[in-house]
Each structure stands twice: as structure tokens, then as C-alpha cells.
Write a protein that binds this ligand. Structure first.
Ligand SMILES: [Zn+2]
Length: 273
């Protein structure tokens, strides 16, 4: 290849640094999928946006016309940053490759948006029924699968959200009695049943934090005494909450944090944000 004269190289450098940061803006008019396609964002990036941001944004309810996603990097490549700008909040994540070579997205504090989950949602005295394919049901007098854990606790004992999430619903539902469903990101749901009452102010689509009280132990629905029936679902399938490998928040290695944050800040500056 012929070498370019230095003056040309210098000019190229000037041009490239003038519009230094290649990025694409997805302007939300209908839905993420629709508007991303219009902006020629590939499906893999769209899936990533859904997976990363659904820990904080309820894509069915929160996303509004006029919201934006800025995808930093050229269209075919892995984005170096993705920034959500809504009317009320802004969430920015930046790519980072961990020590094991895995690419992930972290906020400007160097933390993933997905949180760590608590193993159990209350202080309990004992487990009365474990996760099993077959157990004798004390009321129905028959063998049924029990894909949940039953925790025995005092009536009125507080029940906590196991991780940050969004309330899907809290209502009375047949055998489950008063029950709360929490959505955590796009793949996880937790279920808390037989409650005596819900925490004050709890309503569908409200955000909850890990450790926040969502209700109180009771015996509503099909139940023989005060206990919490707790389910953990991954992609709709009930998993054993006592043994399942729960999500754990990741952090940028402390030795990389300063460099990571400098890069994050320079990206935001470059976008004039
Ligand atoms: Zn149960």
C-alpha cells in the first residue's frame, strides 16, 4: 500500500476528530424494535438494549414518544456506550471487558445495572416445603409438584423484594391469596403469595428496591397457616430459589475504574451531555 503524505494524514486526523464520536440516535416514536430498525440498528444491539435497560425501564409502560437511545460506535460493531434519555431520567452504560474477557455494560460508577439477588425474601423460622416435583398437599390430599419454597414465619412478618424490580401486579389471586409479582429485568420474576396485606402504596409498575418491604406474611388463599410461598422464575420457568445460581452484580475491576470512568466522561463530553 502506498504511504499517505503526512499532510493528508493530518487532515484526516482533523476530520475524524471533528466528528470524533460515531453514534446513532434511536428516536422513540412507536417502540424500541420499530424505531431501532428505522435507525438501522442491528437486532443484536436491540436485544442488548432490552436486556440491559429492562432492569431500570419498563419497556411496556415507561418508554415514551420522544425518548431516545444513543448508540455510540459504528453501526455494525459492538457499541462502546448506550445512553437512554427520557423525560425524567438518563441512564448511560459503557462497554468494558472483564478479566475473563467477557464484554459487559456498566454505569459510570462501574457497576452493572443488574443487581445481586437476596437468597430469601424474609426472616423465617423454618422451611416447611421445599422445591419438589411431588409433595403431598395437606389441603388437596394429593401429590402435586411444588415449584416454590414455603417459609414459615409469624403472621405480619415483613416480606422484602429480593432485588430491584418493577411490580407487575399485586392482587388477590385464587389459591395464592394476596400475591405480589415483581419483574426483574427481562428474564426474572419473583412471586410472593399468601400475604396478609400489601405494603402501603404498592401498585403495578411501581419500582421497588432490593430489601424494600412489599407485604406481610399471612395465610390468604389456599393455606393452612401463616407462611410465605415464594417462587423464582427465569424466562417463565420456575427454578429452585434455594439452589439456583442467582444474578450477581458485577463491578469494573478497581485497577481499571479510573480509566473506565475517564473514558465514560469523555464519551459524554463528546456527545455534549
Ligand atoms: Zn407453597
Amino acid at each position: 500500500m502506498r504511504k499517505l503524505p503526512p499532510i493528508l494524514l493530518f487532515l484526516l486526523f482533523l476530520i475524524s476528530s471533528a466528528n470524533a464520536l460515531e453514534h446513532t440516535t434511536i428516536n422513540i416514536t412507536r417502540s424500541l424494535n420499530y424505531d431501532a430498525q428505522k435507525a438501522h440498528i442491528n437486532q443484536k444491539t436491540v436485544d442488548n438494549i432490552l436486556r440491559i435497560f429492562s432492569w431500570r425501564i419498563d419497556f411496556n409502560r415507561d418508554l415514551k414518544k420522544g425518548d431516545k437511545f444513543i448508540v455510540v460506535g459504528n453501526r455494525g460493531a459492538t457499541p462502546s456506550a448506550i445512553i437512554y434519555i427520557g423525560a425524567k431520567k438518563r441512564i448511560a452504560v459503557f462497554s468494558y471487558i472483564d478479566k475473563r474477557g467477557r464484554l459487559g455494560y456498566y454505569d459510570n460508577h462501574g457497576k452493572t445495572l443488574y443487581p445481586s439477588f437476596a437468597r430469601s425474601p424474609l426472616k423465617y423460622s423454618r422451611i416447611s416445603s421445599e422445591f419438589t416435583r411431588k409433595r403431598f398437599h395437606p389441603i388437596l390430599k394429593t401429590y402435586l409438584p411444588h415449584r416454590a419454597v414455603d417459609y414459615v414465619a409469624n403472621r405480619g412478618a415483613p416480606v422484602y423484594a429480593v432485588a430491584n424490580g418493577i411490580i407487575k401486579h399485586n392482587k388477590r389471586m385464587g389459591a395464592l391469596g394476596k400475591v405480589v409479582y415483581i419483574k426483574h429485568g427481562s428474564n426474572y420474576t419473583t412471586v410472593y403469595a399468601h400475604l396478609s396485606k400489601f405494603a402501603r402504596g404498592l401498585k403495578p409498575s411501581s419500582k421497588v428496591k432490593k430489601g424494600q418491604v412489599i407485604g406481610f406474611v399471612g395465610s390468604t388463599g389456599r393455606s393452612t397457616g401463616p407462611h410465605l410461598h415464594y417462587e423464582l422464575r427465569y424466562k417463565g420457568i420456575r427454578r429452585n430459589p434455594l439452589t439456583y445460581r442467582l444474578p450477581k452484580q458485577k463491578k469494573v475491576a478497581s485497577s481499571d475504574l479510573k480509566r473506565f470512568q475517564n473514558r465514560a466522561n469523555s464519551i459524554l463530553r463528546n456527545l455534549k451531555m
